[in-house]
Design a protein around this ligand. Structure first.
Ligand code: ADP
Ligand code: MG
Length: 605
């Protein structure tokens, strides 16, 4: 029999690579602008037509290319930036695979005009679907001018896959913002269909933030600066009172490259804990500088999620740095209620110190509302009491034993934690408990959502969850787009303890669910999950785990109307205050509130 293996032609190989690197117009903008910056430009102009479907043009005043380099730049693995494999680990420039231009040229019509400073004539090159159509000398400005026309003209399926113009332009703006923030010393402009969206003068970071996000920030940006052996952190954070209802202006950069980092985002939220108005998110623009060999950027240009070697330690450094800044700018004491001293700031780690990583203790098999288990005397809270007491006290300095005595004793039991010994359930909805400054109200459903959410999240991050088989496996049928989406989610769901298998083209069988979850109707659960995932257009993948955890937590949290036993209430409170963010439910609603004593005094005057 004849041999059957063949090497793919370059044009096909390039298209395959383009599938990864060039997903939409925004990817082209990112690659071209990053190249312009690498070329040492001080001014970069971006012109977009029809959200990038018809034209993406990037004009720079950088070093330009020789005729040969201009031609070479479209070859795969052609790069002036890496010479040897080790360079990959020390890389500080933007693009680094020599793949971008080859990929773009394989899925669009590209015109390149480029001239080096000392060359009299520049070069014009036309490439379309990887084919060189024209190469000739041309009179042109110093620097480089790329025009990318009719993106995906030769891949109708990809072109059809593009979203609405408003969505695509939003992606372009996001990429542009990331790059503009990371390079405030460069002048940038962005035009869409002839109208300017941004015209940003060169300046410093504060000015850049203001020109991108409005003057309102001016007086309110709080500088952050910290320098440790592991990481340098620089940038600005917003005042808590300026926090927004929507997550928007939150940016992390590592070695001047934009990144998403849900874990560090939590560190920021922790630093702001107790000082944010409910349901709001602070702005931040934080730049990390680390040894490039201590992060794994996965050598993939579209990757925005980055793994750090010292994540736990950096987490602490962030909390410390931000609290210091917030403290220095007097944000904390004015808002914090009933605090005698200043907020507690852990000492920054010294080089060589062993740092205790922040963590939650989790018993995935444990359910605080599982009657059989919570009733017995062998009952054990999954959290260590002492740890709990200190967290609890730190948060809300609880009444002394004598104080408790004068209060009406409801649900009182002997307990090693005197502070949570007094509570009552109101209307099967709220839990009331006296605290030093007044009366604390906890929303039982939201509290349980928070507990489950953190537990699930932790589990997804750490290890798979046990599943329990359903007595009667359920079959569900989905539309084909939903089926594709669900198929993508299956590995994550499986990890969380779901046993879902594909069964025929658009059908699935649900054979098991996580041990903690009572889902009831699987179809509505899956529908709700898919809806939730679909409605988040941006950065879907990164948030997926949180979305899953959130969806499951909300679905399986104890509902209002359920009478809780004393032990259940205690466990709920214990578990809540063992959470990283007990104050808010995972969807951002307040879990608890304190009615101050003065309020009582006022009412009874
Ligand atoms: P990479 O950026 O990973 O090297 P690209 O495919 O993006 O790969 O670019 C290939 C090469 O083309 C670059 O290494 C650089 O030498 C050259 N190049 C691309 N864009 C520009 C530009 N705007 N100005 C000067 N040279 C450029
Ligand atoms: Mg590049």
């Amino acid at each position: 029999m004849a041999d059957i293996i063949q090497v793919l032609p370059d044009s096909v190989a390039n298209q395959i690579a383009a599938g990864e690197v060039i997903q939409r117009p925004a990817s082209v903008v990112k690659e071209l602008v990053e190249n312009a910056i690498d070329a040492g430009s001080v001014s970069v102009k971006v012109y977009i037509k029809d959200a990038g479907r018809t034209l993406i043009q990037v004009v720079d005043n950088g070093c330009g290319m020789s005729e040969t380099d201009a031609r070479m730049s479209f070859e795969r693995h052609a790069t002036s930036k890496i010479r040897k494999a080790e360079d990959l680990f020390a890389i500080r420039t933007m693009g680094f695979r020599g793949e971008a231009l080859a990929s773009i040229a394989s899925v669009a019509e590209v015109e390149l005009r480029t001239r080096r400073k000392n060359d009299e004539l520049g070069t014009l090159i036309h490439v379309s679907g990887s084919a060189l159509l024209k190469q000739e000398p041309e009179q042109c400005a110093e620097g480089t001018n790329f025009m990318v026309k009719n993106l995906f003209f030769n891949i109708p399926a990809r072109r059809k896959f593009l979203k609405s113009n408003s969505t695509e332009i939003k992606h372009v703006i996001n990429e542009f913002q990331h790059i503009a923030l990371a390079n405030p010393e460069i002048e940038f402009s962005l035009f869409h269909n002839g109208s300017p969206i941004y015209e940003l003068a060169a300046g410093n970071l504060r000015k850049r933030i203001l020109s991108l996000f409005g003057k309102g920030q001016n007086t309110t940006l709080i500088p952050v600066q910290t320098d440790t052996t592991l990481v340098k952190v620089n940038g600005f954070i917003g005042q808590p009172r300026e926090a927004r209802k929507t997550m928007g202006e939150q940016f992390f950069f590592v070695n001047n490259r934009y990144m998403r980092h849900p874990f560090f985002n939590k560190a920021v939220m922790q630093a702001y804990e107790k000082i944010l108005p409910p349901d709001t998110y602070p702005s931040y623009f934080l730049f990390f500088e680390v040894d490039p060999s201590s992060i794994d950027i996965n050598i993939h240009p579209t990757k925005t999620e980055i793994k750090f070697e010292n994540e736990q330690a950096i987490w602490q450094i962030i909390v410390v740095a931000l609290r210091e800044s917030l403290g220095r700018f007097n944000v904390v004491p004015s808002i914090d209620f009933d605090q005698k001293g200043s907020i507690e700031i852990p000492l920054p780690p010294k080089p060589g110190d062993l740092i205790e990583p922040p963590h939650i203790h989790v018993d995935p098999g444990y359910n605080p509302f599982n009657q059989e288990r919570s009733g017995g005397s062998s009952f054990q809270s999954p959290w260590k009491r002492n740890e709990l007491v200190s967290q609890w006290e730190q948060l809300y300095s609880f009444p002394e034993k004598e104080d408790v005595e004068v209060q009406i004793q409801i649900n009182h039991e002997e307990s090693p934690v005197p502070s949570v010994s007094t509570f009552m359930q109101l209307k099967n909805r709220y839990i009331l408990s006296p605290v030093k400054s007044g009366l604390m109200i906890i929303d039982q459903k939201r509290a349980h959502e928070r507990i489950l959410f953190e537990r699930f999240l932790n589990i997804i991050e750490e290890r798979p969850l046990d599943g329990q088989q359903l007595l009667y496996p359920q079959t569900i049928d989905l539309e084909s787009s939903d089926a594709t989406l669900l198929t993508d989610l299956l590995p994550d769901l499986h990890y969380m303890g779901f046993d879902i298998r594909s069964f025929g083209p658009n059908s699935f069988v649900i054979g098991g669910v996580p041990a903690e979850v009572e889902i009831g109707d699987c179809k509505s659960f899956i529908d709700a999950l898919l809806e939730d995932v679909k409605s988040k257009v941006i950065d879907l993948k990164g948030k997926l785990k949180e979305d899953l955890a959130l969806e499951i937590a909300c679905f399986s949290a104890v509902d209002y109307g359920k009478t809780l036993s004393n032990e259940e209430i205690r466990v709920l409170i214990d578990s809540l205050f063992a959470c990283k963010s007990p104050n808010f439910s995972p969807s951002g609603k307040s879990v608890l509130s304190i009615i101050p004593l003065e309020e009582f005094d006022k009412r009874l005057k």
